[in-house]
Each structure stands twice: as C-alpha cells, then as structure tokens.
Design a protein around this ligand. Structure first.
Ligand code: GAR
Length: 208
C-alpha cells in the first residue's frame, strides 16, 4: 500500500473528495495516512479528524524563511514515509529541496487549464477572477506533478468546464470544483497508486 500524505491550507473540499473516494475503494493501492496543514484553523483538519486521519500542523510563520519551512516539511514527509504527496489547496510556497526529495511523487490540483491562468499569484479565487477578466468561454482544472517551476510540471489529467454568462469568481470556482477538481484529483491519485503514470521527457503518460 502506498502512503498518501495530503497538504492543505483551507476548506479542504478536495481532501474530502479524496476521503470519499477512499471510502468507495477508489484510491487504488493507496490510503491517506496523514494530512498536513499550513494553517492551524484550516477546516480541512476537521475533515481529516472526523475520518480518523492523523493530522499535523506546520505553520509557515513559525519558520524564519521559505528554506527553513521547506526543510521542516521535507523532514516531516520523509518521517511520514510518504509515497505520494498531494497538494489539495495548499497555498504555502515550498522551495526546490522538497521537489528533489520527492521527484515525480508530488501532485497538485490547479483550478484552470494549464498553461492558462497559472504560475505565481494565480491561486484560489484569483485564478477565476483572471479567467472572467479575460472572457474565456471554457476553463477547468489540471492535475500535474509538482516541480521547481510553479504550476509547470508534467500534466496528468485535465477537464474543461463551461464558463456561463453572469458567472462570478465564486460561481465559477464552485462549478470547476464540482465538475472537474473533485473528479480528476482522486482519479490521478488512483492512477499514481496503481503505477499507471509514466513520465518521459517531461511529459506524463497514462498507461492502459
Ligand atoms: C481549489 O480550487 C484548488 O484547486 C485551489 O484552491 C482551492 C482549494 O479548495 N488551489 C490553488 O489555487 C493552488 N494553486 P479546497 O481547500 O476546498 O480544496
């Protein structure tokens, strides 16, 4: 069984989707062993506790800089014997030492179709504000491997979602979560845990 460690910062609806998938037996050869939050008041922690999943809080401002925080996170993930690290609404910056310790073993869900509306500053509602500002008719979600390049790692799964007239950042966020994120994140985790993803020349391929 692969140990899945989930990193969270907020409401944790993507964590919930993973927990629900686990209850349905849809995480393949993996199980969620620990949830790590960057904020002590993250509601995601309650979701984990309700489901008997161990939680750890690693608060960014308890560390002097990104390097010290990243070192503590790397050590924690190693202690947890993480086989897969899932960023599920994790909003705190980590540096390259974490990526080098877990090469192609960390995945992130991003609420847009990468390479649109991604990179530094594009997180949470800001992503949907930018999509509405541009007037795109389709947006969606992407699950990708985490590398040193922000939102630039190999793309595993994507799903498009319609933008409707009258959408606000909040309504678009909700539709993208319901129709895309909560589906493709558990699916990508299942594929990873069943060894069905291969990365060749910086591109991810799903093995049939
Ligand atoms: C989700 O929409 C997730 O894709 C996004 O934050 C939200 C977290 O919601 N993540 C990012 O923007 C990361 N760049 P949740 O806490 O309810 O899962």
């Amino acid at each position: 069984m692969k140990n899945i460690v989930v990193l969270v910062s907020g409401g944790g609806t993507n964590l919930q989707a993973l927990i629900d998938a686990q209850h349905r037996g849809e995480l393949g050869n993996g199980r969620i062993t620990c949830v790590i939050a960057s904020k002590a008041d993250a509601y995601a922690l309650e979701r984990a506790k309700k489901n008997g999943i161990r939680t750890v809080t690693l608060v960014r401002r308890d560390y002097p800089d990104v390097a010290a925080y990243s070192e503590a996170m790397t050590r924690l993930l190693q202690d947890e014997k993480a086989d897969l690290v899932v960023y599920a609404g994790f909003m705190t910056i980590l540096d390259e030492q974490v990526c080098s310790a877990f090469p192609y073993k960390m995945i992130n869900v991003h609420p847009a179709l990468i390479p649109s509306f991604c990179g530094k500053g594009f997180y949470g509602l800001h992503v949907h504000e930018a999509a509405l500002e541009k007037g795109v008719k389709l947006s969606g979600a992407t699950v990708h491997f985490v590398t040193e390049e922000c939102d630039g790692g190999p793309i595993i799964l994507q799903k498009a979602v319609e933008v409707k007239s009258g959408d606000t950042p909040e309504t678009l966020q909700k539709r993208i979560m319901e129709e895309a994120e909560w589906k493709i994140l558990p699916k990508a985790v299942q594929l990873f845990c069943d060894d069905k993803i291969e990365v060749v020349d910086g591109k991810a391929y799903i093995l049939e």
